[in-house]
Ligand binder design. Structure first.
Ligand code: TRP
Length: 378
């Protein structure tokens, strides 16, 4: 027997195009995607701009989604996603995803969907369910929103993704995807679908970068973000307004670095060599923190250093963005070619799925005619 071909390593990630991307996205996923892309360890990498999924929650505002497709794509390109190595595609332009979603619906119960913790959470947030998860307003619950995990399973399996880099909140989606894979393969006696693994963020900062207000996760709805596309003046204003230590009133007072956003961001973004360049009073962040704790180091000085650190990171990203912003036609062509390529990849999976489900009526004329003849004249 021939040795089984080594399993292809395929990445699929995706984002809902509902707003431009911020530093939370950068530390949580974008930076990682660029590393994975440059590692050369994967046979295929895809990023899906999940506009259909975004529409399950914004069906009445398609213009918002349309505008943010270009924002998000510019964000990808500006941080170093290279369209020659990473395929960027738009969900709505890939019909196989819709077909697969429809078939997978048969393999999932409504009860199982309502137990999906991420969906439960989102239902509570949108007032379709109370805190206990007891559905008290299911009448108002759109079926598209309720079933989006099935569509996400279609996204992942259509590309035969083995690895899905994503946050913890996506784990329930991956679990459901694996269940659908198993159910499909066992029901139709095949091994067409590939079970994916999640690739989680490596540390706490990557998991959850707090907003500049220090209150919660950086998020557009809370208005506490620094965007990758913010200009230097805006970044400066935002850093200057950052939440630090409310008890650190005078420079001479001892201060707290825990819960102090300036230090949280320095932890996430600064490098040791930046001290020599911008803040030679200290060798490294530990020394700086030590002084802040003891008293005698003022917030403004810390913030000025953080601005330098941010600018060092954001300047090349902005420059790259500006380049692409002046070449929207190139960005269009990237999306168009990426989506066409995704149609091919996912189309092959759909063919295999249809074959396994015995609904591939028009793939082999002679076989179909003889099957039907045999049946009718049995
Ligand atoms: N649900 C993801 C989010 O809200 C977006 C997404 C859609 C996705 N399809 C995907 C992520 C497939 C990973 C794989 O961010």
């Amino acid at each position: 027997m021939e040795a089984k071909e080594a399993k292809r390593k395929v990445i699929l990630t995706g984002d809902r195009p509902t707003g431009k991307l911020h530093l939370g996205h950068y530390v949580g996923s974008l930076r990682r995607r660029v590393q994975l892309q440059n590692s050369g360890k994967y046979d295929e990498i895809n990023i899906l701009v999940a506009d259909d999924q975004a529409l399950t929650d914004n069906w009445d505002n398609p213009k918002k989604i349309r505008d943010n497709i270009i924002e998000v794509t510019l964000d990808y390109l500006s941080v170093g996603i290279d369209p020659d190595r990473t395929n960027i595609c738009i969900q709505s332009g890939i019909p196989a995803l819709h077909a697969l979603t429809f078939y997978y619906m048969n393999l999932v119960t409504t009860q199982r969907l309502s137990r999906n913790p991420t969906v439960k959470n989102e239902m509570t947030l949108r007032g379709y369910s109370d805190e206990e998860g007891v559905n008290d307003n299911v009448e108002g619950l759109p079926a598209g929103f309720f079933t989006y995990p099935v569509s996400q399973a279609a996204d992942i399996t259509a590309f035969k993704a083995t690895t899905v880099p994503a946050g913890e909140d996506q784990e329930p989606m991956l679990e459901q995807t694996r269940e659908i894979c198993r159910k499909f393969n066992s029901t139709y006696q095949c091994d067409v679908l590939v079970e994916p693994e999640i690739l989680l963020p490596e540390n706490e900062t990557q998991r959850r970068l707090p907003g500049i207000d220090g209150k919660a996760k950086m998020s557009k709805s809370l208005g506490n973000c620094i965007y990758l596309s913010d200009d230097p003046k805006t970044v400066k204003q935002k850093v200057m307004s950052m939440y630090t230590d409310p008890e650190h009133l005078n420079i001479s007072d001892p201060g707290h670095v825990e819960g102090n956003m300036v230090f949280t961001y320095l932890d996430a973004f600064s490098r040791e060599d930046q001290f020599a360049a911008y803040l030679p009073d200290y060798q490294n962040l530990d020394e700086m923190k030590e002084h802040y704790r003891k008293g005698g180091l003022g917030d403004v000085k810390c913030k000025k250093f953080l601005i330098k650190v941010m600018e060092e990171m954001l300047t090349p990203i902005r420059a790259e963005r500006a380049k692409w912003e002046n070449n929207i036609s190139d960005v269009y062509d990237i999306l168009c070619a990426g989506t066409a390529k995704a149609r091919e990849t996912t189309g092959r999976t759909l063919d295999e799925v249809r074959h396994a489900m015995m609904i591939d009526y028009f793939d082999d004329r002679d076989r179909m005619i003889s099957d039907w003849e045999e049946w009718i004249h049995r």
